[in-house]
Unconditional design. Structure first.
Lengths: 298, 330
């Protein structure tokens, strides 16, 4: 009996070790990535002044006339993210409100999984969809639109991140206590007023978190922009021009034969660090929003 | 029963595999280097294997620079190269006492292309190309009108080879006078299909890449004739103008470099002879532009005479007339 207990105890311990080991893997990976990014970026910034990095308006590290200004890549990244959000946020929230407040349960049960399929389409397919279908369509509407531009991948990316917003916002709306909805109707409010003046503000923390998650997804998105946005680092906020994002630049350098351990190679770590900082800050904001507003209505 | 049969076949297969591993080759030739010379050398090697199954020819791809690195470590017998050996590589070969024989094998033309919607570009001069692509133009030359005053004031969107391709090295040398000197604010890609897509879908585009990619996409692009000077006539790149050196300076020869000690081995000599005999037909078959027949003959003579070294240490590769150069240097 005692022996059995001992072996059981040992088994229990082994499982515990296994579980904590698995969680350590993810923590260590994150730490490792941060260290690699930081070390190589530090080396980069010993050769390139950090002030130039953030103020120079040109980015041509692979060429004769070298400039290391991250602004063109950053403007490309932010421009496309902004277009994607302009498409995804209004559309995503509207759909979420419709599904939770207006649509029948049966309809929601069918439509929601279909919407989520959008999130499971490989991004490389979205990329070709943008390049081969959306761009030619837009060229018919806007003459003079270049084949690579920010608008088309931005719109397609908006469609891609929309399910994140819809799905999470709808969950947030559903978790608002029904008493609030009933109280609103009781006060004589109609459906629209109830939805947008009571339910959406009540679920705002969940909706904000869903939007932030979608934004950080858009910032880091690679394939769509690499295929359809072009590879020309240009400081512009004109959606009709071709732009290069941070992610596209990183692909471009890592696919070419830039010698490792050179200044040109280390540019991708500095660019990667900037991108990482952005998503890191966004994730922290969403964490903070969740903690601050979560249990307001319980 | 079935299981037995299966294991029997497995055994048989293993025996064959082992036998092929231990197959005695009379000789081995290892080749590596440029990706743009690879298709031709591989096509030659394939034919060669058919007639000489007892000689093993292996062709790899690691870029011109990578190929020379292996060549100078003595790891390979032949290096494929889409540019002549560089000064640095030449110094290293002298230091390590590794000799080589340089053999041109085919031509490659650089196509200057614009969108099919472009109606005003009838030709372009090399000086205009330089105005567009030089490093000083970065951020300054942004309109077609700035290139030639009779062209309209439309934005000029540029597409060109990525910095790690041999095309980039050659075009910057031929147009701007210095390898790797180019403006950086254009869509740069090593993937020529990206450039084809970009130029064809942008009405204000101008781009350059290897002629093979234009030929594959001729229904989507407009090829621009090039004038080497203001007074010369505008030349369109095609098989004839590239082969006979009329399309200048945007024609480049491609080479193989044979290690001199390997060149003494009979099976290597056999392979080079075969290469020189078949290169013209095979180059045409795979869509490359062959050298004129005399040039193959002259190159082979040079090889037979064991003439080591490069012809391009002091001579520029841009605008070279291979026939004359080779005749002078027999």
């Amino acid at each position: 009996m005692r022996i059995q207990n001992k072996s059981l105890h040992r088994k229990e311990k082994a499982i515990e070790w296994l579980l904590s080991g698995s969680s350590l893997v993810s923590v260590l990976t994150t730490l490792g990535i941060i260290i690699v990014l930081a070390v190589d970026s530090f080396q980069f910034f010993t050769e390139v002044s950090i002030i130039d990095f953030f103020t120079d308006k040109e980015w041509t590290p692979l060429f004769e006339n070298k400039h290391f200004g991250i602004l063109p890549l950053l403007s490309g990244t932010l421009l496309i993210t902004f277009i994607a959000c302009a498409v995804a946020i209004p559309l995503g929230i509207t759909i979420a409100v419709y599904l939770s407040e207006y649509a029948s349960k049966k309809f929601t049960a069918i439509v929601k999984p279909v919407l989520e399929v959008l999130a499971s389409i490989p991004t490389v397919i979205y990329g070709f969809f943008a390049l081969q279908y959306v761009t030619p369509l837009l060229q018919k509407l806007i003459p003079g639109l270049a084949g690579f531009n920010a608008l088309s991948p931005g719109i397609v990316m908006g469609i891609m991140i929309m399910p994140y917003i819809t799905s999470l916002s709808e969950d947030a709306l559903r978790s608002v206590p029904n008493s609030l909805r009933e109280a609103s109707y009781g006060m004589g409010a109609n459906r629209f007023q109830t939805a947008f003046k009571v339910m959406v503000p009540a679920a705002s923390s969940g909706i904000i978190v869903s939007v932030i998650l979608a934004i950080s997804r858009a910032l880091g998105e690679t394939m769509i922009v690499a295929i359809a946005a072009g590879q020309e680092p240009k400081l512009t906020f004109n959606p009709l021009e071709s732009v290069e994002t941070i992610t596209t630049y990183i692909i471009q350098v890592s696919m070419g034969d830039v010698p490792q351990d050179s200044l040109e190679y280390r540019t991708i770590f500095a660019a990667g660090l900037v991108l990482f900082l952005f998503t890191f800050i966004l994730n922290n904001i969403s964490y903070w929003v969740i903690r601050k507003y979560r249990q307001q209505y319980e | 029963m079935l299981k037995n049969a299966g294991s029997y076949f497995l055994l048989l297969a293993l025996v064959f595999l082992a036998a092929s591993c231990f197959k005695k080759y009379k000789g081995r030739i290892s080749i590596d280097g440029s990706s743009s010379v690879y298709p031709l050398t591989e096509a030659v090697a394939e034919e060669f294997r058919k007639t000489n199954p007892d000689i093993k020819v292996m062709v790899g791809v690691s870029g011109t620079g990578g190929g020379f690195k292996k060549f100078l470590r003595g790891e390979i017998d032949i290096a494929n190269a889409s540019r002549p050996i560089s000064k640095k590589e030449l110094e290293e070969s002298r230091k390590k006492n590794i000799g080589f024989i340089e053999i041109p094998v085919s031509y490659d033309g650089m196509a200057i292309v614009v969108s099919l919607k472009n109606t005003f570009v009838d030709y372009i001069t090399v000086a205009e190309l330089k105005k567009i692509w030089s490093p000083e133009s970065q951020g300054k030359i942004n309109s077609w009108q700035q290139v030639r005053s009779s062209w309209p004031d439309l934005p000029l969107n540029l597409y060109g080879a990525g910095t790690s391709s041999g095309t980039y090295d050659y075009c910057t040398l031929a147009i701007n006078g210095k390898a790797k000197a180019s403006r950086g604010d254009y869509t740069a890609s090593e993937d020529d299909n990206v450039l084809v897509q970009g130029v064809s879908s942008d009405a204000n585009s101008l781009g350059y890449f290897g002629l093979v990619y234009y030929i594959e996409n001729r229904d989507k692009l407009k090829l621009v004739p090039v004038k080497s000077s203001d007074t010369s006539e505008a030349v369109l790149p095609d098989n004839a103008t590239v082969q006979f050196g009329k399309y200048q300076p945007l024609t480049r020869p491609e080479f193989i470099y044979v290690n001199t000690s390997a060149a003494k081995l009979p099976h290597v000599q056999q392979f080079i002879k075969f290469y020189m005999e078949k290169a013209e037909a095979l180059a045409k078959e795979i869509g490359y532009i062959p050298l004129p027949p005399e040039v193959y003959q002259l190159s082979y003579d040079r090889f037979k005479n064991g003439r080591a070294g490069t012809l391009f240490e002091k001579r520029s590769i841009v605008g070279v007339q291979l026939k004359e150069t080779l005749t002078e240097n027999q």
